[in-house]
Design a protein around this ligand. Sequence first.
Ligand SMILES: *Cc1c(COP(=O)(O)O)cnc(C)c1O
Length: 375
Amino acid sequence: MSIPFNKPYFTGLEAKYLSESALSGKISGNGAFTKKCHDYFENTYGLNKVLLTTSCTDALEMCALLVDIQPGDEVIIPSFTFVSTANAFLLRGAKIVFADSSIENPNIDPAQIEDLITPKTKAIIVVHYAGIACNMDWIMDIALKHKLYVIEDAAHAIDSWYKDKKLGTIGHLAAFSFHETKNIISGEGGMLVINDNNLVDRAEIIWEKGTNRAAFHRGEVDKYGWLDLGSSFLPSELTAAVLFAQLQNLDSIQFTRTKIWNLYFELLKPLESQGKVKLPGLPSFASNNGHMFYLICRNNRERNNLINFLHKNGIQAVFHYLPLHQSPYFHKKHDGRKLPHAINYSDCIVRLPFFFELKNEEIKKVAEKIIEFFE
Ligand SMILES: *Cc1c(COP(=O)(O)O)cnc(C)c1O
């Protein structure tokens, strides 16, 4: 019996809400289920102002529009991330300045940020890798000092914390993903969080193709028109219906996922003590939201051998990001800095099977096989 890397989890409410939405006769965006999701995030979950989007990528593109990126503006982004983190800003003509990861974990190294700031720098984008918080006080201090925006790519970071603050509540803006590889899913899907109240009105206009249609629907204006740049960033009600089903089960999903994470950690700790692998490092200010479990091998060859060995044993383990500064698209645009930690994480990380329905016996089998490999 083989163990896949991911298996999307359905709570059982999705089909009910989907048919409710279809039978309502209105499935375009910003309808009843979108409002239920917005209400949940703003009033139960504790975010300031949110807008569902069709993806996290779209939410990041909205961020680039909202902070008004102009051609030549510089944006500091970790190299060890998904392409969307950078693409969203490149689309607006930004110059991407890639930063290295830190030594403790794949998150951006705050100690290196200030050296990258120039008079053209406009924003720092942070990624909370595996849902583990970046050092936000430090990063916000740098941003305040240099008058920069901070945008959290919180694609991995639902229900995770930095000290007593939820991730996604700290930067000026944040973007979440509900892609089916994340903790809470709607197929494709995402969300923009607007913490800077100066950006709220414009966010809603950009969301609705550059028009004030949302205000029109609330009866605040008697006609709507074209006011700004924008695009079609809002998801259909069908997407929101699936998301709402998931949100009603957020606590149980998170309970189970953190249990899986803790079991992996406990079973694999001896390997770390023996110096054979490194396990995810949790800084004292960070919580763990059970987004993924990864190991860091000692070198690239050992990592690839481990993935092959697990594969032969019916276990699908995978590597992760290729550093963006070395990508075929970007390497010629990069300024030549080495970014060794990003390369090391890319070479040495293995992600283990991780999904809601993963059974204890399966977790034990994965751990046993990893231990066998290192023997
Ligand atoms: C998944 C992911 C994204 C993109 O999310 P989509 O919803 O698929 O657009 C962006 N950034 C990071 C770090 C991700 O893991």
